[in-house]
Design a protein around this ligand. Structure first.
Ligand SMILES: [Zn+2]
Length: 474
């Protein structure tokens, strides 16, 4: 029986603890913060062009509203609209204490992120894969007690522009794939968002940064080749939002709430203002309609909505964290509270239907078609695409694989995530039944042989003794 037991244990480890097959494809997700869809129009980008020839280029993609960094990146990682994943702003805030934390500090507020939706790292790991993340928004948090198994959070006061650091980070990620056999890594670069804000999206500084992005894309692809990963590794490059020029130099009438007749900050218990073109207000009890009516129509480029009246396509309403009044400005404008304090030449956070808010999208690797340009799609759809490539079952999400499936090679025989999982489940079930039958058979046969052996021995020793009839189980 000992032999049968060890065989059974061996079988169990084969069926349930099987190492992930080596022909599984890997995936590197890269975000270049604020890379607008058309940034390659006025700059030579040989490496991005080559990537499009070797893979897929989308005309542009549509980010979720609010078009800002943390919320939009979490949509890429979860496939959920912002109202569904709950990371509704770059800034964590508490309306009771009126405390607010800026972008970087909010990365470390665990409950802000761990809010019901699982990022792809955790889902992949739960299904036997290995995931990593370098500087990607959301990396610092844990989710239902788990983190990406290899992770690097950017230090405070990090220089986002340093090209040498970009190359070191790219090398690091490639070594994670090769030496630690990771299946999925997300990699974040903080540019060209920084130069887009500071100098504007039409500036020479932005164009120079796009050249740096292009060199980095070339470096990453070369590095993948150097690490012997080309046949296995898929690379998706996208961004969280675009960038729009802010009207300056007294060309336009600024939006400053304190200057709006009848508006008073005394009517509010909490506000999120002076954050580019968007804002949220929590009026004091009984003041909601008054504040709303005062602001609505007060400036021709200021949009004022009650939370429950938000346009459906923005998917920015159904979450307790979203405040009762939402404000946003037309492109070119920012929303100031007491007085103008914002001096960026470029901003984002506008309506996601504005073309300036659309990011780019490129993909290359064994899963993708070559030299294919596709139409636009929403970034919620990147998540089911990534799950499909990794061969994992996605969590509930707002995207659809059908939107991006035409980018994949036809010989991709793995089917959709669902089909694949059903097949996998069926196979596991059959394997379990077959395994059980084999183990039972072996156990019974061993028992019979042992008994026979024992009987023979006994017959030898007690030749005269009467033998018992051999029992049969079958
Ligand atoms: Zn930004």
């Amino acid at each position: 029986m000992m032999r049968a037991t060890s065989l059974f244990l061996l079988w169990v480890s084969c069926v349930f603890g099987a190492p992930v097959s080596k022909d599984r494809q890997k995936l590197l997700l890269i975000s270049f913060d604020g890379f607008r869809w058309d940034y390659d129009r006025d700059v030579d980008t040989p490496n991005l062009d080559q990537m499009a020839k070797d893979g897929v280029k989308a005309q542009y993609v549509t980010p979720p509203y609010l078009t800002i960094t943390s919320p939009s990146h979490f949509t890429i990682l979860t496939g959920r609209y912002i109202e569904n994943h709950g990371v509704i702003h770059n800034m964590w805030f508490n309306t009771t204490t009126t405390e607010k934390k800026p972008y970087y500090q909010s990365q470390f507020v665990n409950e802000w992120w761990d809010n019901g939706s699982l990022p792809i790292w955790i889902t992949a790991q739960r299904q036997g894969l290995k995931a990593g993340s370098l500087h990607f928004p959301g990396t610092a948090s844990s989710y239902q007690g788990q983190v990406a198994m290899v992770q690097e959070v950017e230090p405070l006061l990090y220089n986002y522009k340093n090209e040498t650091a970009w190359r070191e980070n790219s090398d690091k990620v490639m070594s994670w794939f090769r030496d630690r056999d990771l299946d999925f890594v997300s990699l974040y670069f903080g540019e060209p968002d920084g130069v887009g804000h500071k100098y504007g999206p039409d500036s020479p500084e932005r164009r120079e940064m796009v050249r740096q992005v292009d060199r980095t894309v070339g470096y990453i692809r070369h590095s993948a080749e150097h690490h012997g990963l080309t046949d296995q590794l898929n690379v998706i490059i996208t961004a969280d939002h675009g960038m729009s020029t802010v009207f300056r130099n007294g060309l336009v009438e600024e939006i400053t709430l304190s200057k709006i007749p009848g508006f008073s900050f005394r009517d509010l218990s909490f506000h999120l203002l002076d954050y580019g073109p968007s804002g949220m207000l929590l009026p004091k009890p009984g003041k909601l309609d008054g504040v709303y009516n005062t602001l609505k129509g007060a400036h021709p480029h200021l949009h004022v909505y009650k939370k429950e009246e938000m346009p459906e396509h923005l998917h920015y309403s159904k979450n307790d964290r979203i405040l009762p009044i939402i404000l946003w400005a037309d492109p070119g404008y920012v929303i100031n509270g007491y007085f103008p304090v914002q001096f960026n030449k470029g901003e984002h956070g506008y309506d996601n239907q504005e073309m300036d808010m659309k990011p780019f999208f490129r993909a290359v690797g064994p899963a993708f078609q070559k030299n294919l340009e596709v139409g636009p799609f929403e970034t919620v759809n990147i998540y089911p695409l990534m799950c499909h490539i990794l061969g994992i079952q996605p969590e509930v999400n707002d995207g659809h694989l059908s939107v991006t499936k035409h980018m994949l090679v036809i010989s991709d025989s793995r089917g959709s995530g669902d089909e694949k999982n059903h097949l996998k489940n069926a196979f596991t079930g059959l394997a379990a039944v077959a395994g059980f039958l084999v183990v039972t058979f072996i156990a019974i046969m061993s028992q019979k042989m042992l008994k026979r052996k024992h009987k023979n021995k006994r017959s030898d020793s007690f030749r005269d003794a009467q033998s018992e009839p051999v029992q049969s189980s079958f």
